[in-house]
Design a protein around this ligand. Structure first.
Ligand SMILES: NC(=O)c1ccc[n+]([C@@H]2O[C@H](COP(=O)([O-])OP(=O)(O)OC[C@H]3O[C@@H](n4cnc5c(N)ncnc54)[C@H](OP(=O)(O)O)[C@@H]3O)[C@@H](O)[C@H]2O)c1
Ligand SMILES: *[C@@H]1O[C@H](CO)[C@@H](O)[C@H](O)[C@H]1NC(C)=O
Length: 287
């Protein structure tokens, strides 16, 4: 083995140990009885997060638009071990529903430990053809409702030394075709909550913020869009969900799931032309 290889392997080991050592360990007991709100919990990653919180014995409020589906998810949460599982139907494009959900949860659960913001409105996977109204609507659902809910929940989270968990995307760090409005909403989230993190930290707030950068996850809504269009690998929703729970419970600022989304985030600005080439060629597109 050459000395360069030895040094490389040794450095990688040091980095690995440093990362493992600095990552706080997750205590599942910390979630027993925790008071949690999960948005967008009728399906996909949000539904899986509700089931994980249930298995850890949390008290949960779930929300989305479809009441009937929420009822089924809540029943399953109870059967999995949730101490409480309540649901409230809400449309996050509405002016008043986001705050209504927080008030409902604080009242029914007697406070709040985790606000997990995860919902997204449906958006077409296609080139942007000037639909400003859709972009405005999506901004309300995917961004402004997050701002409203976070602000409404902050006093309760301060009291409980709670956590704000934001489900974002690699597309909140890196631009990409076919999802122009969606990407905009995720960049807005990263900008807002990344900045708010500084302010809470400078004020020595009791509240932790976690911003989760996800790659492609195998939820129905995502798979339906990218099937046959890209060969980017999709990762399991249940595992993504568990990683988000742990990131919130250990009060870490960032999650990158799968792990290589962090590498992409770091490398993209070093090699912009190569990155742009790879992005545009990861889709089957024939004009
Ligand atoms: N899947 C991926 O590949 C991927 C990749 C990166 C990041 N993410 C992020 O992960 C999170 C979850 O994604 P997902 O794939 O699990 O999404 P999903 O399966 O499409 O679920 C979206 C959820 O939001 C709810 N929702 C939609 N419109 C709403 C509205 N107007 N008001 C209130 N709730 C609404 C839906 O329920 P109703 O229809 O009942 O309202 C559903 O529960 C999102 O933040 C997404 O950006 C996903
Ligand atoms: C943080 O929590 C402590 C006690 O747990 C409380 O006394 C204090 O007021 C909280 N801070 C804020 C800013 O609410």
């Amino acid at each position: 083995m050459g000395s360069f290889t030895k040094i490389l392997i040794a450095s990688l080991c040091v980095v690995y140990i440093a990362v493992k050592w600095s990552t706080p360990s997750f205590d599942p007991e910390s979630l027993r009885g925790a008071r949690v709100v999960v948005t967008g919990a009728s399906t996909g990653i949000g539904e899986q997060m509700a089931y994980h919180y249930a298995r850890f014995g949390a008290k949960i409020v779930i929300t989305a638009r479809r009441e009937k589906v929420l009822q089924e998810v809540a029943e399953k949460c109870l059967s999995l071990g949730a101490q409480k599982a309540l649901y409230i139907a809400a449309d996050m494009a509405s002016e008043s529903d986001p705050e209504k959900v927080v008030d409902f949860a604080v009242e029914k659960l007697g406070g709040l430990d985790y606000l997990v913001l995860n919902h997204i409105g449906p958006s077409p996977f296609s080139m942007w053809e000037g639909d400003v109204e859709h972009t405005r609507w999506l901004m309300k659902v995917n961004f402004f409702s997050y701002v409203q809910m976070a602000w409404r929940a902050l006093p309760s989270l301060e009291q409980s030394k709670g956590s704000l968990v934001i489900v974002s995307s690699l597309l909140g760090k890196m631009t990409s075709p076919f999802t122009v409005p969606y990407t905009s909403t995720k960049f807005a989230l990263n900008g807002f909550f990344g900045s708010l993190y500084h302010e809470l930290s400078m004020k020595k707030s009791n509240v932790s913020i976690s911003i989760c950068t996800l790659g492609l996850i195998d939820t129905e809504s995502a798979m339906e869009k990218v099937r046959g269009v890209t060969n980017v690998p999709a990762y399991p929703a249940s595992e993504a969900a568990l990683n988000i729970l742990i990131t919130g419970a250990t009060r870490q600022l960032n999650l990158y799931y799968p792990w290589f989304t962090q590498i992409i985030t770091i490398l993209k600005d070093w090699t912009p032309s190569l990155t742009n080439y790879l992005i545009q060629n990861s889709y089957n597109y024939n004009p």
